[in-house]
Design a protein around this ligand. Structure first.
Ligand code: T1G
Length: 694
């Protein structure tokens, strides 16, 4: 494949990049650019050189698919390519359209001139991958934007429209039309006797550099323990103000190399690829025709139904909200409006947008009003009997070809599909509360779910700003099933001697936003208790009592009752360790014949996180999840797993699967539930082979 097209017209050489989808600066493309520039410089008929990409992308930056492979460092490196542009005897003009990001912008900064489409989007988002601009961006951008603007762009990784920087020295021209045509005209207008303008020769305007850098250093300090990149960005940009250009480049390179090999960057790059991989379904072609979704029906105007409705209203899609009683409907609608008004008060939407969205919402008490919806989502009580009534009604009224979705969080989607005559149109859309905020959307594929239904729901999931992950049918799908294992592991380590507060603290130090016992008190212990009581009624002999039962029997449901695992003083949500709970646990231990022992924070973290990875491996080997990285996306976006750890599966692989399997076996050897610690066969296989879990 030609990685770039070279053509000459009217004394101008035009090099057009060709590395779809976004002109990642692969080895092939880097080589083609240097060859093109050399060819133009060796042709006396050529006066200037124009570099261009496609309407979608000038370049999305270094080719992320090459990261970690030998090719990434293969000559010509991106820095060499940029030097070739800068040292070119003939003027080089970058014609910027679409995205111009990371190494793409650094490349453009190596050109002598830059002509951009007003709508082009430019930025140095490397910090979001846990690295920093490693091809001169931290040294050149301040020279054309000034210290403050460059510092903000590089530390935040924000991407802005070229039009907003039209007055800066970054661009020589910003046009509404085709930037390549404008660049060619610009190149033709260049006088041949004017010395070439090189960004490296400019000075950084740093009126109050010290103050700016001090503020920036303070601003990044809080997060630097988990994410070192922002602080490194500040120091690299600081070098542009107090070092000679080449020394600044060398300093930037040293900082870049350090970050590239950091666990945080490995995690962030893993997540970048994982999010994009998750929507690729091996047996569903990317060009599968989608079913049109122009109107959505939502059954249930409670917290979930209201949040779900907002996702579609936000995307400009009309919603028909159905409830059984008028007052429930009105309450639901009022909650949606209040939610929008709160968002408006924070300045994130305008009053007009509130009304626009509310005008797209209609309500009904009758299923017959759903005849025109293309997608209906039920968010009713989590009980199979209730689901059956709803789906039989939906089967009666919903038009052929529409999609019937359940928001169930654990029930069997195949059983739900069987309540209809169209199981191929039935799917699970598991939103997470608050449904209009949480990014994760578990899309549960039934045995009979049609491929175009799945493709349509994935596409629509992305359109409403979710991170879709496809799950098979099992109890708890991917996330909740892993959550059960995580909580059981925490309960076991509590039974063996760790206090709930120690467990919470250990996991919060690991990076979870909140430990399992604080989460329990927040959500309400009575919810889990109700499920366990149903299990106990169904199987009194087989039921195994847990400490939480004792708390609930004592009326300790968590924050809502002022006491749960912790005590809450007079409405203060701050958890206080409660000796009563410690005694209750100790009594429970004695009844179970357990002598408590001192347990390290490290063991707590390993037990809970490896239990997650082990359950994830079982989910993977059963085919419930398509790939290990999907499981990471679920747990990062739905369950507060710390981003800088990359997800439970990534974390386990970084820890070494051999070590994980060895630890699981050790935990099992001293457990009252040895089978719970049995390593998944897939985990053992990969621990043996050393191959990564895919
Ligand atoms: N290289 C290769 N492929 C890339 C890519 C890149 N830089 N960016 C995206 N893709 C692929 C992506 O994997 C997906 O592939 C397809 O393009 C569409 O992506 C030295 C070292 C460019 C704004 O951080 O922000 O330069 O799934 O689904 O919503 O300083 O992708 O189709 O097979 O996201 O239109 C810095 C990262 C790199 C930009 C497009 N650059 N990319 O968004 O589509 S580090 C970035 C993005 C660097 C230098 C350093 C977005 C996008 P597939 P997409 P999109």
């Amino acid at each position: 494949m030609d990685h770039a097209f070279y053509e000459e017209k009217d004394g101008i050489a035009v090099i057009t990049f060709n590395n779809p989808p976004v002109n990642g600066l692969s080895h092939g493309l880097r080589k083609a650019i240097v060859e093109g520039v050399d060819r133009a410089n060796n042709n006396t008929a050529i006066r200037a050189i124009v570099l261009g990409g496609t309407e979608r992308a000038f370049s999305g930056g270094a080719d992320v698919t090459e990261f970690g492979t030998p090719k990434a460092g293969q000559a010509p490196t991106l820095r060499t390519v940029i030097e070739v542009l800068e040292q070119s005897a003939k003027p080089v003009v970058a014609a910027i359209n679409g995205v111009c990001l990371g190494g793409g912008l650094e490349l453009a900064l190596g050109a002598h001139y830059r002509v951009a489409a007003a709508a082009a989007r430019v930025g140095l988002p490397e910090v979001k991958l846990g690295i920093l601009p490693g091809a001169g961006g931290t040294q050149r951008l301040p020279r054309v934007l000034g210290l403050e603007k460059a510092l903000n762009m590089i530390v935040s990784g924000q991407v802005v429209k070229a039009a907003t920087l039209a007055d800066s020295a970054l661009f020589d021209k910003v046009v509404e039309g085709d930037p390549q045509a404008a660049a060619i005209d610009f190149a033709k207008g260049l006088a041949s006797d004017v010395p070439l303008k090189r960004v490296r020769d400019l000075a950084v305007s740093d009126a109050d550099a010290d103050a700016l850098l001090l503020n920036a250093r303070n601003a990044v300090k809080a997060g630097s323990a988990r994410f070192p990149a922002p602080a490194a960005c500040v120091e690299a940009v600081a070098a542009s103000t107090n070092m000679a250009f080449d020394d600044g480049l060398a300093f930037e390179r040293q900082q870049f190399t350090q970050l590239l090999n950091s666990s945080e960057s490995l995690a962030l790059r893993h997540v970048f690829a994982a999010e994009r991989a998750a929507t690729k379904i091996p047996d569903v072609p990317a060009d599968t025709p989608l079913r049109p979704i122009n109107r959505v029906g939502v059954i249930g105007a409670g917290t979930m139904g209201g949040g779900i409705s907002m996702n579609y209203l936000n995307a400009g899609i009309p919603v028909v909200l159905l409830e059984q009683k008028e007052e429930a409907l009105q309450r639901g609608v009022a909650t949606i409006r209040k939610n929008y008004e709160n968002t408006m008060k924070k300045g994130r939407i305008t009053a007009e947008q509130v009304e626009e969205r509310m005008n797209l919402l209609s309500t009904t008490l009758s299923y017959d009003a759903l005849g025109e919806v293309d997608l209906v989502i039920e968010a009713v009580f989590e009980d199979m009997g209730v689901k059956e009534v709803v789906f039989r009604e939906l089967d009666r009224v919903i038009k052929p070809g529409a999609i019937l979705a359940s928001n169930t969080s654990t029930l069997d989607v195949d059983q739900i599909a069987a309540f209809t005559k169209r199981p191929q149109d039935v799917i699970g859309l598991h939103f997470f509360s608050p449904a209009n905020v949480m990014k994760l959307l578990e899309i549960v594929r039934g045995a009979k779910t049609a491929k175009d239904v799945l493709a349509t729901c994935i596409d629509m999931g992305k359109k409403i700003g979710k991170k879709p992950v496809v799950s098979g049918v099992c109890d708890g799908f991917i996330g909740n099933r892993m959550l059960y294992a995580y909580r059981d592991a925490a309960d076991e380590v509590m039974l063996q001697g760790a206090a709930p507060s120690q467990i919470d603290r250990a996991l919060e130090n690991f990076g979870f936003a909140m430990g399992p016992y604080r989460v329990g008190d927040l959500a309400g212990l009575d919810i889990g208790w109700a499920i366990r009581k149903r299990k106990k009624e169904a199987d009194p002999q087989g039921y195994e009592e847990v400490v939480a039962d004792r708390l609930c029997e004592a009326g300790r449901f968590g924050q809502k009752t002022g006491a749960g695992w912790y005590r809450y003083v007079a409405g203060d949500r701050k958890p206080q360790v409660d000796p009563e709970v410690e005694n209750l646990i100790e009594t429970f231990r004695k009844e179970k014949g357990v002598t408590s022992r001192k347990i390290s924070d490290q063991e707590i973290v390993e037990r809970c996180v490896y239990a997650l990875a082990n359950e994830g491996a079982k989910i993977l080997e059963e085919g419930i999840a398509l790939r290990a990285s999907d499981i990471d996306i679920v747990y990062l976006n739905g369950y507060g797993f710390p981003l800088h750890r990359g997800g439970p599966m990534h974390y386990a692989q970084q820890a070494g699967l051999f070590n994980v399997v060895r630890a699981l076996r050790q935990f099992g050897a001293t457990s009252a539930r040895p089978q719970a610690w049995q390593p998944a066969a897939l985990l053992e296989k990969h621990a043996e082979s050393g191959d990564a879990l895919k």
